[in-house]
Design a binder for this molecule. Sequence first.
Ligand code: HAM
Length: 417
Amino acid sequence: MAYQSVKGTNDTLPSKSYQWHYIEDIFRKSADLFGYKELRTPIFEKTEVFSRSLGEETDIVGKEMYTFEDKGGDMLTLRPEMTAALVRSVIQHSLANEVSDLRLWYFGPFFRRERAQKGRYRQFHQFGAECISSPNPEADVEVIQLAVEIINRLGIDDYKLLLNSIGNTESRKVYKEELVKYLKSHNDKLSADSRNRLEKNPLRVLDSKDSGDREVVENAPVILDYLDDVSKSHFDQVKNLLDQLGIPYEIEDKLVRGLDYYCHTVFEFQSTALGAQNSFGGGGRYDGLFSQLGGKDTPAVGFAMGVERLLLIVDEIGKMPRPEPDCEFYIVNKSEKNIPVSFKIQDILRRHCKSVISDLQRRSVKGQFKESGKLNAPYTITIHDDYPETGKITLKHFDKGIQEDISLEELENYKFD
Ligand code: HAM
């Protein structure tokens, strides 16, 4: 039996690759407009980079990482997300010392062993942006604004921005005590996983997908009621600036996001076009992560968006652009003796930056015209049997209804628009 791809992984077929180029161009352009520069890191890192950053009790570290021991005995992990890897890289290369505000973006594949379904894959792609060094709420708003820029450029208007604050460490300490008290009083209704997390990392109980846990969590105390003045002021300033920019949001007081490194602002983008996997992006502030990974204390905030999910939305709402024709010119060659002429013509066209293909199967003239129609090429060039005598080829532009016989010299100087 022929091999199949690994469950939860996708091939991007040639008929769809243009959609990726389209969305990648929008990521690049938007990042550029906000002065963000690209950072690329390896696909795998030492396992600790992720386990120490994301938290041992998270679903990602506990259940979903592709971790393996390499031949030298090192424990390595295929990156499940970028923030930890990016912070590792920024510390390693002292990037945060070079500019006062370090603005970075990334795009690439990530790996989580989740239950595969529409919009949830084991290899998926993220575009993300991280703003490093500013402790101020305007940095939080800047990254949200960049995400909104991308969403707008993609033509997505039916989406929700959910916003919450999980405060600073002091606020969370008080809140966690209250949360544990509450959860303990409902211990019998909690799943085994949540009972375990309750002791080690109670905030993670709020992420649980178990229906019994969800019922308990429904009436749990909310962190917004426990924010201290510093945390409250930070959050108020974020909301205020968003209001002034006209970026609509909804406060979701149970939103904590399933990763340990967050503090203060957390946010998530949701779309109804997606079904069960409705979250197409998320992020937040992570002021403690640099010191946790051995760097000096550096505040930072960022987000990541799932590219497959964005593509699903754009397709679903009918905003996916149509593909460009596979090529602009197709050469119909009526005689094998003129193959060298065909190559010369193609060379001329490519120097004019025109894409061109010819038949490599030595098909009949009829077959070649049929192929040209299938490819939707706006131009054909026909090389007739008697080319050596006439020195002329026929250039046909379908849309304009133009057909003319020209020499190769004339083709060299042709004014294509
Ligand atoms: P995350 O919420 O885990 O955050 O992932 C961000 C986005 O990646 C999700 O909203 C979703 O669209 C996409 N995604 C995640 N898992 C999958 C999957 N299995 N299949 C398809 N798409 C998926 C982070 O990764 C954080 N690093 C975001 C961040 C950046 N926070 C601060 N800076």
